[in-house]
Design a protein around this ligand. Structure first.
Ligand code: ZN
Length: 246
């Protein structure tokens, strides 16, 4: 029962479409790690898609900010402007859906023969925490009660391997074989606003049967997504950064 795992779509429907096309036929269900909206110009289309296609989804900080359930104190001016714009754009039904998304960690149990795994937005302990370097993960080991956790929020594809003695950050390799004795934190990367210098939309496929993670990257029509952001009069920087993947 392979899963398509997506995160940080951020209202970018062009990027989402490319991911779905690229991964077509290779999964049974879709899991999402939050931040469906914010930054991009298609919050309603992306939310409608999630409603009817995603099996399990948790909330991200932008989903909270765009539905008024969070203060915008920690948002930079462009993020704040896009949160206000998104509040104005969301239909009442989509607002309601985003407002009631579950808070992570959310346990997913594939079937009786496979171990469960967790979905979180930031970190297993704090949905708003950024796990960027090994230092951020060092003390998490004792709090993990699943060997596999998927996280987003940093928009950086890759992950961390935790052994009893060390934490190792790794960059996405095409296919990662999970070792049974170790703990893993896996970031599928961001669909709609990658920040690792590679502007292509990012995702991951997870096969519990084979114990493999496959990282995917796919080009999409950035020009179209950027033009929609400009037409919506969202901050110009939100359009420009898509071309750079920053
Ligand atoms: Zn995000």
């Amino acid at each position: 029962m392979p899963y398509l795992i997506v995160s940080d779509i951020h209202g970018n429907y062009e990027a989402l479409e490319a991911v779905l096309e690229d991964s077509r036929g290779r999964y049974d269900s879709i899991l999402c790690l939050g931040d469906l909206v914010g930054y991009g110009a298609d919050p309603n289309t992306v939310t409608e898609w999630a409603k009817s296609n995603v099996t399990s989804v948790i909330r991200g900080n932008h989903d909270r900010a765009c539905t008024g359930t969070d203060l915008l104190d920690y948002f930079n001016p462009a993020a704040r402007a896009s949160a206000f714009w998104t509040r104005g754009a969301l239909t009442p039904g989509n607002w309601n859906y985003l407002e009631h998304l579950a808070r992570g960690p959310l346990r997913v149990t594939p079937d009786s023969s496979s171990d469960g795994f967790d979905l979180v937005h930031g970190s297993p302990l704090d949905e708003d925490e950024y796990l960027v370097g090994a230092d951020d993960v060092q003390f998490l080991g004792e709090y993990l009660d699943t060997k596999l956790t998927f996280f987003g929020h940093t928009h950086l594809q890759g992950g961390f391997l935790l052994t009893p003695r060390s934490v190792k950050r790794f960059m996405p390799d095409r296919v990662l074989q999970l070792e049974p004795d170790y703990y893993y934190l896996i970031n599928p990367g961001s669909v709609g606003q990658p920040r690792d210098g590679d502007p292509r939309a990012a995702y991951a496929l997870y096969s519990p049967e084979n114990r493999t993670i496959e990282y995917g990257r796919v080009p999409y029509d950035i020009g179209k997504a950027a033009a929609k952001i400009l037409k919506a009069e969202l901050p110009e920087s939100l359009a420009m950064r898509l071309f750079e993947g920053i």
